[in-house]
Design a protein around this ligand. Structure first.
Ligand code: ZN
Length: 353
């Protein structure tokens, strides 16, 4: 396997909110449905055993608290990780995936090929381009997309002419839908596999093929985080890990003070949040250091949405005029946060030390 050659480090900021216009619209129209769904998940989460150790640094969990939708979170004073006070057990994750009334997968389903492709183009292709721009000999990349969902990122890789990849996903529903879509865009259905978490780890353990692992909104959902990280650490063929994770930022604070608004960020299946410090701590501990970073978030979009939906509930029609003026400035507000690395999400490419 040829050695991957990294280009010079890139630190990039900002992305137009326009790219997620449709998702934005859905959050406005279906606020109450989405919120009810989160509260159902929270109810299951509250039945899990209490967390005694920090999810990230595994030391005794102590620190300041924040409450969102009746769930308490503790900001670890050792590694700056935000932990829900209950454990995100395997059983919790499984229940969320399998409970019909929650139907976790539903959010990610686009009924038509047109919508699937739009999502690939606006959301996933820029992610794939960022990875590509970091690897000089990108044709040597062999990617394992862990938690591949319905294959959106796989489709994006093909779009940017990266052709060696395999996607693994634990949700059968997402895989069968994804295979259907991949077929339509001429990607072999063999490239997306339904595999349990345990079997996925076994595959990584014995594999000699993959030099890059991608985790697109996945790391925060992994129950056995340290076991997973050790598996990546021990397979020395893996040189690059590329991920996007949600972060503890203004968005979570907005969610803590708007109880009637759908909390997309902290709640439901997001039971803990990284910070820049806690994320880099975890990867350093497992032999990887940050190479390139892309900071962009949705904090101001979340604020505008929370104001808009709340004003509608209060029938404050005049407020809506002001809010709609602010809507056009979301990118301007957000870039200020992004440039300070205070965004609600971050994309990072880590490379093996
Ligand atoms: Zn910690």
């Amino acid at each position: 396997m040829a050695k991957l050659i990294l280009n010079k480090k890139i630190i990039k900021y900002g992305k137009k909110i326009e790219d997620i216009k449709n998702i934005k619209k859905d959050f406005l129209l279906k606020n109450d449905i989405f919120l009810r769904n989160q509260l159902l998940k929270n109810k299951i989460y509250k039945n899990q055993p209490k967390r005694k150790k920090c999810k990230n640094c595994e030391q005794r969990l102590t620190g300041e608290k924040i409450k969102v939708q009746n769930i308490e979170y503790i900001y670890c004073n050792k590694c700056d990780h935000l932990n829900g006070i209950y454990q995100d057990t395997e059983r919790f994750i499984e229940t969320i995936y399998k409970t019909k009334s929650i139907n976790y997968s539903k959010n990610y389903f686009e009924s038509e090929k047109k919508n699937y492709l739009k999502r690939v183009k606006n959301i996933y292709k820029p992610k794939a381009e960022f990875l590509k721009s970091n690897i000089k000999n990108y044709n040597k990349l062999n990617i394992l997309d862990f938690g591949a969902g319905s294959g959106y990122f796989l489709a994006a890789l093909k779009e940017v002419k990266i052709n060696n990849f395999l996607g693994l996903e634990i949700s059968n529903d997402q895989v069968s839908y994804g295979k259907n879509m991949l077929k339509k865009i001429h990607i072999s259905t063999e490239k997306l596999k339904c595999l349990s978490f345990e079997n996925s780890l076994k595959l990584i353990n014995k594999s000699n093929n993959f030099n890059c692992i991608t985790l697109m909104g996945v790391l925060e959902h992994i129950s056995q985080l340290s076991k997973f990280m050790k598996t990546l650490k021990n397979n020395k063929k893996i040189k690059i890990i590329y991920l996007v994770v949600p972060l503890f930022s203004l968005t979570a604070v907005i969610e803590s003070v708007f109880p009637k608004i759908f909390n997309r960020h902290l709640g439901g299946s997001h039971t803990h949040l990284f910070t820049e410090n806690s994320l880099k701590y975890l990867f350093k501990k497992n032999g990887f250091h940050p190479h390139s970073e892309w900071w962009f978030g949705q904090d101001f979009n979340d604020l505008a949405r929370s104001l808009e939906v709340t004003s509608k509930k209060f029938k404050n029609i005049a407020s809506e005029k002001v809010i709609s003026q602010i809507q056009n400035l979301i990118d301007d507000f957000q870039i200020v946060l992004d440039k300070k690395k205070l965004s609600s999400e971050v994309h990072i490419i880590f490379s093996r030390k």
